[in-house]
Write a protein that binds this ligand. Structure first.
Ligand SMILES: NC(=O)c1ccc[n+]([C@@H]2O[C@H](COP(=O)([O-])OP(=O)(O)OC[C@H]3O[C@@H](n4cnc5c(N)ncnc54)[C@H](O)[C@@H]3O)[C@@H](O)[C@H]2O)c1
Length: 243
């Protein structure tokens, strides 16, 4: 998987390990907490050589891959007129080109049968303000998910998993809160909790493990009739309710 050292990805590593898998993360950061029995390869997924190197390391040690979860992602905040090409390319490069397309292409030959999960977002379906590059990248992941499900089904299932804007992982959500209220821990916590109450039918933001466990389920045989679709794991944030 990609991004197994970060919030949601780390939770996926743990959930897959709990189901008996041998997870391997390809990430450009060190894990804050190592999942026992998991492996960590350091690499930048925007670097083609690093992706090829990581996949060949996995091929050598394991021979085949049953599950690929593309969880690595970055968010940069700006509306279109303040987004320069470098920013746009960086976001597309991590979230789509390197993190999903290239990983999938290189892992496919090692996957006789299996499941591919792309971690997308509720922003695959709706835009939020000042996040043009990110929103574009997450919409693109849906197209890639459907193409893979179509071209490699039924032997390979491919699904997008869509968390809301607010799963409590430090860089993404906290960065957004700090941008709004500054560095005070209390105000950041208050802002995150306000978003949670306002945006989710659950009345709170999500926890990484609540996404990780759903992904582990989707990778299991219990989800054998699911492919080509987007699974919302969003506390009801995208539910068309009219409170
Ligand atoms: N946290 C949320 O609220 C939320 C909501 C919707 C979607 N998502 C999506 O879930 C995924 C995980 O988000 P998170 O909040 O856990 O993020 P995070 O910042 O906690 O972790 C990101 C992970 O991606 C890896 N990564 C980033 N750039 C990389 C690169 N160039 N090469 C290799 N690895 C790289 C990091 O090393 C880290 O392991 C992302 O795709 C994100 O867009 C998150």
């Amino acid at each position: 998987m990609t991004g197994g050292t970060g919030g949601i990805g780390a939770a996926v590593m743990k959930a897959l390990r709990d189901e008996g898998a041998h997870p391997v993360s390809v990430s450009n950061t060190e894990p804050t907490e190592r999942v026992p029995g998991a492996e960590y390869i350091n690499g930048d997924i925007t670097d083609r050589g690093a992706v090829l190197g990581a996949v060949s390391e996995i091929k050598e040690s394991m021979g085949k891959v049953d599950i690929l979860v593309n969880a690595a992602g970055i968010e940069e905040y700006a509306p279109v007129h303040l987004t320069d090409e470098a920013m746009f390319r960086r976001v597309m490069d991590v979230n789509v080109t390197g993190g999903a397309f290239l990983m999938i292409r290189e892992v496919l030959p090692l996957m006789e049968q299996g499941v591919i999960i792309n971690v997308a977002s509720v922003q695959s379906f709706s835009a939020t303000r000042n996040a043009a590059a990110y929103v574009t990248s997450k919409h693109a992941l849906l197209g890639l998910t459907r193409s893979v499900a179509l071209d490699y089904g039924p032997r390979i299932r491919c699904l997008a998993v869509c968390p809301p804007g607010t799963v409590d992982t430090p860089p993404l959500v906290r960065k957004a809160a700090v941008l709004e209220v500054g560095n005070s821990e209390d105000r950041v916590a208050e802002k995150i909790s306000e978003w949670g109450g306002r945006a989710h039918l659950t009345g709170r933001i999500g926890r990484p493990e609540e996404v990780g466990k759903v992904i582990a389920f989707l990778c299991s045989d219990a989800a054998s009739f699911m492919t080509g679709s987007a699974v919302m794991v969003d506390g009801g944030a995208s539910s068309p309710t009219y409170p």
